[in-house]
Design a protein around this ligand. Structure first.
Ligand code: C2G
Length: 451
């Protein structure tokens, strides 16, 4: 019996896929089809696959050509599969010509002519999400770079209130975008907006977009006014639009895995979480203060995410110790008390500490080295070091592509907040609001910094 194997994502199943599978089957007697897992696709740079793995498998199955369907999960699996299943022929479309020649060592490699004029990317791009950009801050350059890795979305144009005030800290790529004179004009030709304007302007932009029925992806922190944030979320629900905070860590693969592992009891009961995020911004300090404010507004969203994901949002008390310069907090320590656990975080825009994350449990602890907010690696450690385990994951580029993909998935599935829930976002707003309202805040008598 001649065994044939072929692999693919088979997203938005189309005629090209059908033809390939038909001809693959004709090459032998028994066809094995490997369908890529979501994680494998992401790790090979294929973001924004629209169909779920189950749906993609179902589509392959319904052609009737596959005698067996397997899931492809890692680089190098093809060699393992060929040996495991005793495969005679490996085949794939001619767009991969030459790429899989190394498999000739294990079986016969056949490149089948690709069907012209059709592809999943092409189908995805027919219904591109038109994304309006609001604001012209330096993050925009990174955002636009990362957007290139995600299919199914295109930039509709940009609106920035202070167009005249062009400073060196703003986006360089902004000038290449189509500019709109008014926010309303931008909204009228966009399906969704990405807001990177300064924090104090964001709420109004979000509100207008939601009222106009447009989805919103906003830079972090979501909002510094808890009451207004809650109202806005209620409005978004009524309007059936997605309102999402662009906090990259929440959407990157390793962070989610690390949280699940910590919560699964591998280190026992979590009793303490310590997360820091500090920066010495130097010349960029005043610009950061203009965009967001002090250390809590600028950075606390990250450690708050870790604390809430690991311990939940039902804390009993949060208090702050802070050092201020001209009413701006340069460094702040946050202390959380839970019923049965505690957490601490140091955030600073003008001093430096180790930016790691330590999750202590009754059986061991998890150590995530700096920069933990771009988690690629973490280690589970025990009293008996022989039991220690290291975990590695891929973190692509600046990580913003993960949040863009999540935004598209949320829109596609009409789900508000999966990896970062409304509860997480509101809890973040509440903490920032409390700090700015000076509740449970101890301010050190004098600032001893150098500015
Ligand atoms: N295909 C085709 N004609 C098209 C489009 C795709 O013949 N117009 C073929 C591809 O060459 C591939 C299969 O259909 O053999 C599945 O295509 P994709 O879903 O795009 O999968 P791909 O990213 O090519 O993955 O490990 C995965 C494999 O390397 C292939």
């Amino acid at each position: 019996m001649k065994k044939v194997i072929t692999y693919g994502t088979y997203d938005l199943f189309h005629q090209g896929h059908y033809n390939l599978l038909k001809r693959a089957k004709e090459l032998g007697d028994y066809l094995i089809v490997g369908v890529t897992s979501d994680y494998f696709d992401k790790s090979r740079g294929k973001f924004n696959v629209r169909d779920s793995l189950m749906k993609r498998i179902e589509n392959v199955k319904s052609t009737g050509f596959a005698d067996e369907i397997i899931v492809e999960e890692y680089f190098g699996q093809k060699i393992d599969d060929i040996k495991k299943y005793g495969v005679d022929i490996f085949t794939v479309g001619s767009d991969w010509k030459g790429y899989f020649d190394y498999l000739n060592e294990y079986c016969h490699v056949v490149y089948l002519e690709r069907t012209k004029g059709i592809s999943s990317t092409q189908i995805r791009n027919i219904n591109n999400l038109r994304l309006g950009i609001v604001g012209n801050e330096s993050i925009l350059d990174r955002f636009l770079d990362e957007l290139k890795f995600v299919s199914g979305v295109e930039v509709a144009g940009v609106y920035a209130a202070d167009e005249e005030e062009y400073s060196e800290y703003k986006s360089i790529k902004y000038k290449d975008l189509e500019r709109y004179e008014t926010y309303e004009a931008l909204l009228s030709c966009a399906d969704a907006v990405y807001i990177n304007a300064p924090l104090h302007e964001r709420l109004l932009y979000m509100e207008k977009a939601v009222k106009a029925g447009k989805h919103v992806l906003t830079e972090f922190p979501f909002c510094s006014d808890y009451r207004k944030a809650k109202k806005l979320m209620e409005l978004a629900q009524k309007q059936h639009v997605i309102l999402m905070e662009g906090l990259k860590t929440a959407y990157c693969p390793a962070f989610g895995k690390m949280v699940s592992l910590a919560r699964s009891g591998q280190i026992g009961k979590i009793v303490n979480v310590e997360a820091n995020f500090t920066q010495i911004l130097g010349e960029g300090l005043n610009n950061q203060i203009r965009i967001a404010g002090g250390s809590v507004e600028s950075l606390a969203a990250y450690p708050l995410l870790a604390v809430f994901k690991l311990l939940g949002t039902n804390y009993k008390r949060v208090s702050f110790v802070t050092q201020k310069e001209n009413h701006i907090d340069m460094i702040t320590k946050l202390n959380f008390i839970y019923e049965d656990a505690m957490a601490g975080a140091v955030v600073s825009i003008h001093s430096k500490a180790e930016g790691d994350l330590v999750i202590s449990g009754t059986k061991g602890y998890i150590y995530v080295p700096a920069p933990w907010w771009k988690t690629e690696f973490f280690e589970v450690r025990y009293e008996d070091i022989n039991k220690n385990r290291k975990y590695f994951y891929k973190f692509d580029g600046e990580g913003l592509r993960y949040e863009i993909v999540e935004f598209l998935y949320n829109i596609r599935d009409s789900r508000n907040g999966f990896l970062m829930t409304e509860d997480d976002v509101l809890a973040e707003c509440k903490v920032i609001d409390q700090f700015l309202s000076n509740v449970d805040v101890t301010v050190l008598d004098s600032y001893c910094g150098d500015i």
